[in-house]
Design a protein around this ligand. Sequence first.
Ligand code: ADP
Ligand code: MG
Length: 302
Amino acid sequence: MSIKVENITKLYGTQRALNDVSFEVKPGEIVGFLGPNGAGKSTMMKIITTYIPASEGQVSVCGIDVTKDALAVRGLIGYLPEHNPLYLDMYVRESIAFVAQIHGIKPTKKVIDDIIEKVGLQVEQNKKIGALSKGYRQRVGLAQALIHDPKVLILDEPTTGLDPNQLAEIRNLIKLVGKEKTVMLSTHIMQEVEAICDRVMIINKGSLVANKSAKELTNLATEKTVITVEFEGQIKESNLKNIKGITQFAKIGDNTYKIESSSDIDLRTAIFNFAVSEGAAVLTLQKESQKLEDVFKQLTRQ
Ligand code: ADP
Ligand code: MG
């Protein structure tokens, strides 16, 4: 097992940040660690990476207990912390060389060139970190996390604060790196997990509430479809009720309705026909398919 977490509890004073959490991550997996803010994601990652001790339970990385040989574990892990503390005054190449030396690697030109290429930092490689955008700073963080060619990568909210382009680029980079490494990444965004991960573990208030493949999680989703429709003019709500298959509807704006049905029925044609019979054209119609998002909300409610 790349990561084995057994019955981990973490107390901060009297607060239970983690409550009897157990899971395993197999070699080669990309696993998403999903949960709302304050769920305990960073705490779990700090325990796995040996930066803080657990109150109870055991963690091992590639078979090595994190409390027995923290140094060996750090050698096996590449860690990108949530608020990665980069030295803004350092140059990109210099900062990567610095981290290489910490790992006992001689920072030759080739070593640095290779990692710069791997994370796509060629264009920015001669700048100071302070001059880089958030997306490129994350690449520097990834370069530092990868410099010692670790077996396991732990990425704490690696895409938070990135713009949509940077987000897509960093996700692709993680997927690429994930082909040769075990990756555990935390996020509070469901779509992120859908985009990158083989498996999802959902944590809420310190407890693991789901541990499933992305597909299994989708199947867990509520079996309903939601359509948002805006009519051109007023329609008679009592007639809307008569459309076959509607289980529920609500007015959410001027002539705009949210309409629910079971997911095996496609109501779109019926809604268009209804609009015609009401003499009110359909201005917009949107079918929602964010099923995983629904599951996430259900599992982490309160
Ligand atoms: P997440 O990363 O999922 O947002 P964290 O692991 O950072 O969650 O935090 C989990 C809980 O533990 C939160 O309620 C947080 O306030 C608390 N917590 C985190 N770090 C500390 C700390 N050093 N001292 C006290 N409480 C903490
Ligand atoms: Mg966190």
